[in-house]
Design a protein. Structure first.
Length: 153
């Protein structure tokens, strides 16, 4: 079996209900090709490299699926994606292996990242403190050497 990934960009001003409706339409169109959807998720709003239809930002959506094998239907799907006015741009690529099932875990990831950020900040403070202390020692050693050299003259 072949595995594919489609990344498409839609208008960033759409509300969640409209975005879900578009995702459902695309899922139904893909079902006509007898493909099985593995992942279909919103990646987020991101700045575009250049304006598309006077938009500086776009909502990125990733769709990963297992191809049904009918290339004519896949071409029809691609044409449908091009003609859909709610989609600014899209690209479909062939994957080398089956993608993993995406599971969203908001709470645990947020806490872990927050804790690691706090730990990193504490480590950085320790490093900065030790660096500043060693600089002070170097400065005092340099001053003492300068005083000794003046006395020797």
């Amino acid at each position: 079996m072949s595995f594919y990934e489609t990344l498409y960009i839609v208008d960033p001003n759409l509300e969640n209900n409209a975005l879900e409706k578009i995702m459902d339409e695309i899922g139904k169109e893909l079902a006509k090709t007898k493909s099985k959807i593995i992942n279909h998720r919103i990646w987020g709003k991101k700045r575009l490299a250049y304006q598309i239809d006077r938009q500086k930002y776009g909502s990125y959506i990733i769709l990963q699926f297992e191809g049904g094998g009918n290339q004519d239907k896949m071409n029809e799907y691609d044409i449908w994606m091009r003609l859909n006015n709610s989609i600014l741009r899209h690209i479909t690529v062939l994957l080398k292996q089956k993608p993993e099932l995406y599971v969203e875990d908001n709470n645990a990831g947020f806490k872990d990242s927050e804790e690691s950020t706090n730990q990193d900040a504490a480590e950085n403070k320790e490093v900065q403190t030790s660096d500043s202390e060693s600089e002070k020692e170097k400065d005092s050693n340099t001053k003492e050497e300068n005083i000794e050299s003046k006395e020797d003259e």
